[in-house]
Each structure stands twice: as C-alpha cells, then as structure tokens.
Design a protein around this ligand. Sequence first.
Ligand code: PFF
Length: 467
Amino acid sequence: MDTSTTPAGAEIGTPRDTWGSKFAFVLAAAGSAIGLGNIWGFPTVAGQNGGAAFLVVYLIAVAFIGAPVMLAELIIGRRTQRNPVGAFKALAPGSAWVVVGGLGVLTGVVILSFYTVIAGWTLAYVIKAITGAFTAGVDTEAMFTGVAGAALPAIGWHLVFMIITIAVVLGGVRDGIERWTKILMPALFVILLLLVARAVTLPGAGTGLEFYFKPDFSKITTTVVLAAIGQAFFSLSLGMGAMITYGSYISRKDDLVSSAAWVTGFDTMIAIMAGLIIFPTLFSAGLEPGTGGPGMVFVVLTSLLSTIPPAPWGGIVFGTLFFLLLAIAALTSSVSLMEVASAWLIDERKMPRKKAALIIGGVAFVLGIPSALANGAVGWLSSVPGIGMDFLSFLFMLFGQYSLVIGALLISVFIAWIWGTHNADAEVRSNDGNFPLGGLWTFLIRYVCPVAIMAILGSLLWPYIAR
Ligand code: PFF
C-alpha cells in the first residue's frame, strides 16, 4: 500500500497501512528498540549501578519482565489496530484505562524532547570525525564540552535532528520507517563488532571486563533493580505504547511470539556489545565508571576511536561510520517516539499526518531546549538545585525510567486482569492456532510482572510514605 496517499490512521473497515512482511516488522521494531538506549543509556546506567551486578539484574529483567510486556503490547496493538489511546478506548470503552494511553503519549513527547538533544550530539560528532578531529592525544572531554556545552550548537543540532525525524514520520510507516532499518541493522552490527575487537585488546582492558562480568552481588539494591527494569523498558521501547502502535501495523498473518522474541534478542545483544566497547576502553584510559553523566559515553567512545591506526585515517573512517550509524539508529527510535503521539492525533483527532508530525515535533523541540542547555551551557540546568543531577538526566529518570515502569505495570495489569489473558491468547492464535510458551507467558504477565514492578516501586516510595 502506498502510504503517501493513505494516512496510517484508519477507521474500522478501511484498510490500514501494514508492514511489508514479518521480517520488515521485526526490523522496524528492532529499529525502534535499538538506539541511544543501547549504546548511550545502557553503559551509562550500568556504570552508575555497579557494572556486572547490574548486567545480571538487567538480563533477568529483560527475560522475565521485558519480553512478556513486549508481547502484551504487540497483542493489544494488532488486536485494536490503534494508537495507545484508541487501543484502550476500544478494549475498555468508557473506562479510565484510556489514561494509560494518554500517559504513553505524554511520555513519548517528553522522551523525544531530550532524545533528539543527544542524537544531535551524534550528528555534531559525525562532522568532527569527517574533519579529522579524532587523532591520538586529543582532549575528548573538551571536545564534548565544545559540542554539548555551548547553547548554539546544542540547540542547533537538536533542531536539525528534530527536522529529520519529522521528515521521516511524514513519509508514513512503510516508506519512511521500513526502508532505513533494512540497511542500518547489519551495518551497525558489523561496526560494533570491530569496535569490540579493538576495545577488548587495549592495554588494561581486563579490569574493564572484570567490572562488567564479575558481579559483586552486595551491590544489588532496590535502586539498582529499579534502574535495571527501567533501562530494560527504555531499551525495548516498552511502557508507553510504542510497541502497541507498531503492533497495530502487523498483519494478521504474522506470528507475534517469534516477532517479540527476535526484537528482544537483537536489542539485548546490541546493549551487551556496547558495554563490551565502553568498559574496557574506560578502564584502559584510567577513568572511573559512574561519573561523567550523559557525556561519559561520548568521551570514552571518542578516545577509543582516536587510537585507531593509521592516523588520521583510522579516526576519520571508523569515527564517521560509527557516528553516522549511531545517528541512524537514533533516528529509527526517535521516529517511533514521534509516531506514538502522531498516531494519536491522526486517529483520534482526525488530523492529517503532516500537521500531526509538525505539531509534535514543534512541541518536543521547545520542550527539549532546557535539556540542550543542561550540559554546561546553563549552570543551574547542569546541576539542578535540590535534585543533584543535570536536567536531562532528571527527565531521563522521571520519564525514561519511572513513567515507563508505571506504564508497563498498568499495561500488564490491564491485559492480565481486565481484558483477560483468554482474549490475548485468542489474538496470538489468530494466525496459525499456536501460542508457543503460552502458559509461561500467562504466568509471567499475571503474577511476575505486576508483583515485581509493584514491589520495587513500593520499596522505593515506602520511606516517603512511612514518614
Ligand atoms: N528504545 C529506544 C532506545 O533504546 O534508544 C528509545 C525509545 C524508543 C524508548 C521508543 C521508548 C520508546 F517508546
């Protein structure tokens, strides 16, 4: 179907845009999942939360909480063929559950606002790489401050990235999103492999590998567990209805369970590889994990890229390729963030796709300005009084972690206890009658997901409640 003439939002009975094939869907959903969350977010959060201990909790969270919620969102999406707000309206008409969809739309816009700030840095680094800035001995901290710490470049690149995102969303699901991801995924994988090989053979890399793979279980606290669950949702694009929206474009012929498994598997593999690049390099350079805030990954990556011989070509070739691929990976994710709110305006407010994308992009751009200024350009935003972190990290924690965790909790309670797992079961089986691991999924989504999430949120909030 040609999306340039067919808006993705459709009434019941009119044809809705769908992915070209199951393979295309898996690629697009993996495109949404794989992004800054894997390469920037995962090493940042893992570094702040004890390295290997975090990795263990993260993998458990992905397998037992992330994967079942992924399937739950795909089921709701394909069943209703709607954006998150429309989906809850369709499954629980007249109830308050539509608020979950609304929270998802809001969360998507806020995450988009700071996501494009970080993605903007990757564009600036593409230019740095091309112009040969990555050579041995370069001060990579000063380079980061030059990019992110000055108002004009930070806001400018944020704007450029937002405009590119709007342009892709305007193209619609098939033409816009599908095309990019097909080329990107294999290319990103290859360059990551090369960088892993380079990082683990650096002198002193062993200490980094130890930090990453040798868990000190005494470091596991409720904060670490919440950070791991939050990071899993962020990385897998869960908890705000992005996978409901993407699932709404899956055809009835396709198999949901294996789609969910592939996306979860790809995403986790890329995050693990990013850690294999960052931690050996970080320790080899004598830096401390857990410090440096949002800029840490950029500083570490550029110091790795600057060592690749022969100078200056190693830095130019690998640096340009890497940041270009990272920018495209970020683009396929920012597109999905924008698509949630856009699909809502298109479906529910009957807005043309073009107007919807422009409005969402405009709002997110303005909302992102404080985040763009929070890495050195404006002092109090770089260390918000009373909060003890920069504004961007604060929004990431509030919306990129808490809001997604709460959203995912409500989605699992809804599908397990309100709409009912028998309905979910029927939707999964609607293509070929099978639901592999259906019993396990039902158990996880009914008991494990809600109880684990509530326990963690409760134990964090308890000190405030008991006061
Ligand atoms: N999963 C994306 C990443 O790892 O970069 C970010 C993201 C996209 C989060 C879409 C949430 C979402 F709905």
